[in-house]
Design a protein around this ligand. Structure first.
Ligand SMILES: C[S@@+](CC[C@H](N)C(=O)[O-])C[C@H]1O[C@@H](n2cnc3c(N)ncnc32)[C@H](O)[C@@H]1O
Length: 309
């Protein structure tokens, strides 16, 4: 059976075809389009035998325009795009599952309100601040150097959180805690210091919005178990897939940009049990030399990465 799937297409109809309660962890990092579209035609998708759109597993859909609506501002527009996808995300999550929603500091408050409505305020677990320190500094305000990651669980009383699996980080003042504690390090808090993807390191894929593997590994390690399935339906360069693979989880990734699929084709070229749906990865892959086949990662490699500055 294929453990990992990469699907090319708009994520909404594909999500609607995924079975309920089938994944333990969802991470998404949706793009924010700066609101050029002020008017949106409302569409309804119907599954038919003759529809003009082909979706997951060859199913056909017809698209019906059911009216248009002017949106008061760009955030409404963005939220209208996200809402049906987040409804599906909640349905697809297993009862012990967790959603990590990665977003920009300008949109996070709107998204928090939407997610509270869909998941319930009681299922809000954390707001993680990913802090980095790179690039030019604004001079007329505090330089903005962080992203926000909202964390929601499906069931507030029973969810996966592997405290013992999370890599520990050095104390800021190890001299104050004694040698034993200092050697063991501490659990990270909800503020994570981590560099952006280094511009010339081997991790860089060339995909413009690629997120660091260290951030994704920490998420996957904390909120899923080996053998679980991790879903990212705004997959981009496939960082979530790489983190899942290295930590012995299965992955399902979706993206509607052919360039993202090309990057993932190359990134996963040595992975076993990985199927591409709606896209032929072979033109973008080298032939598989046996010596380059990746072994599942050792704890040592998995532990690199995140820490206070
Ligand atoms: C910010 S990027 C994700 C980057 C990713 N986290 C990484 O580390 O590379 C967002 C991605 O969502 C994809 N996307 C946008 N709208 C989509 C849709 N309706 N269906 C599927 N993918 C979509 C874009 O093509 C883009 O690759």
């Amino acid at each position: 059976m294929t453990r990992n799937t990469v699907i090319f297409g708009d994520n909404l109809p594909i999500l609607r075809d995924l079975p309920p309660a089938s994944v333990q962890l969802i991470y998404i990092d949706p793009p924010f389009n700066t609101g050029k579209i002020q008017k949106r035609t409302q569409l309804k998708t119907l599954r038919t035998k003759t529809g003009d759109r082909v979706g997951f597993q060859g199913r056909r859909y017809a698209t019906l325009a059911i009216g248009s609506r002017a949106f008061s501002d760009v955030f409404d527009n963005y939220l209208a795009f996200l809402e049906p996808r987040l409804v599906e995300a909640r349905r697809i999550l297993a009862d012990n599952g967790t959603l990590y929603f990665h977003v920009d500091y300008r949109e996070v408050h709107y998204c928090k309100v939407l997610l509270d409505t869909l998941f319930g305020r009681e299922c809000f677990l954390n707001e993680i601040i990913w802090a980095y320190d790179y690039g030019a500094r604004q001079r007329k305000k505090w330089p903005t150097k962080h992203d926000n990651i909202l964390v929601y669980v499906k069931n507030q009383t029973s969810y996966i959180f592997n405290e013992d699996e999370i890599e520990r980080i050095p104390y800021m003042a190890p001299g104050l805690v004694g040698p034993e504690k200092a050697a063991r390090g501490k659990l990270p808090t909800d503020t994570w210091w981590h560099t952006i993807v280094p511009t010339n390191g081997h991790e860089k894929t060339g995909y413009p919005t690629q997120k660091p593997l260290g951030i994704l590994k920490r998420i996957v390690r904390a909120s899923s178990r080996p053998g679980d399935t991790v879903l990212d339906f705004f997959a981009g360069s496939g960082t979530t897939g790489e983190a899942a693979y290295l930590l012995d989880r299965n992955f399902t990734l979706i993206d509607n940009n052919p360039e993202a699929l090309q990057v993932m084709a190359k990134r996963f070229e040595t992975y076993d049990d990985t199927e591409f749906v709606g896209f032929d990865p072979r033109p973008f892959q080298r032939e598989r030399p046996q010596a380059r086949l990746l072994a599942p990662v050792t704890q040592g490699r998995a532990r690199q990465g995140v820490g206070d500055p």
